[in-house]
Design a protein around this ligand. Sequence first.
Ligand SMILES: Cc1ncc(COP(=O)(O)O)c(C=O)c1O
Length: 396
Amino acid sequence: MNKTAVFDSLAEQKPDPLLELIAKFAADPRSGKVDLGVGVYRDETGRTPVMRAVKAAEHHLWETQESKSYIGPEGDPAFLRALATEVFEERHGGRLLAGIQTPGGTGALRLAAELLALDKQRKIWIGTPTWVNHRAIFAAVGLEVKTYRFFDIAKQTVLVDEMLTTLQNAAPGDAVLLQTSCHNPTGAGLSSQNWRDIAAVIAAKGLFPLFDNAYQGLGRSPVEDAAGMMSVIEAVGEAMVAVSCSKSFSLYRERTGAAYLFGDRQAPLNKGVGNLASHARTSYSMPPAHGAAIVAAILQDPSRRQAWVDELREMRVRIAEIRHAAAEAFAQFRPELAHIGSQEGMFSLLPISPENVQSLRSEHGIYMPDSGRINVAGMRVADVVSVADRVGPYLT
Ligand SMILES: Cc1ncc(COP(=O)(O)O)c(C=O)c1O
């Protein structure tokens, strides 16, 4: 028998550093340990609870759902309509749209990447730093990934002018990845003037904006968080948006999201969704249904929707409270870190070396990835000062 070596010939893959960090944190016996590395929202008791509206919707589904039959690669049209109204408001920025349900925001980004990669000349421009998975997703489909500098860690400021200058080097038809709000990993926001300038460059150069919308409603109200994105959508010809329901509905493991295409004529949009559906069909066939059914059951029922709106507000108020306390505490060590107070969403990026991140972990039980990204929701308000006192001496 000729033996094959299909598995043995494979390259070893590095374990995901964030998952490794979770395992190390779990194994640490110290009682004062703090996990700032986690990528999910935590409440004041350190839990990531199921939202009340989600529980109510699941109860409703349990009582009314009559079949678990297939839903098709495009997913549930009622979910797509309801989510679009919530994310883009009734007007959809005055544009036409078409959407497809996806396994989380990652699924939407991957489908978008597949579609963009069909043009072999096209490149995608991503900001640095950005969510670690972005580059990998686009590189995986063979797209050439170019970067624009987005954030100065030492100064804690966005580099809009540099970004706009770099984008002048992009070719017509190139895609530009933009995070809608609550930037991962910096928390840095853009002013309405910044967004108008970005829209002007995109329109003038004939670029294609792809929005990653993963944290809507965790910075400001959902409408305010979407305002910059909507101003770009209104100003350009076509756009795509990857929506994640993981954070804003706390549905992480249910893998719930959608990809929306914007334009001026319905036929090309439908063709676009047809192409995305065809990719879906040959990879995972159709999206998981449960999370989307929950979201639809929340958004279609006024009292469940109100409960969700209220709880989302509670989450962002807690995040803002921690940010205010953290801004004051960390600014004692680096004045620039006062910006933590005006940054939005769960993440901020500390000026700290990977060596010091490791020392902090072994000496004080404070966990964060080597990049220095912290999830402010990993702290209780009462612990912020003691965390800052332990982290401060390690900052660069
Ligand atoms: C910026 C950004 N985009 C997309 C995602 C993907 O979210 P999902 O879990 O819905 O795939 C994340 C998750 O951490 C994220 O931080």
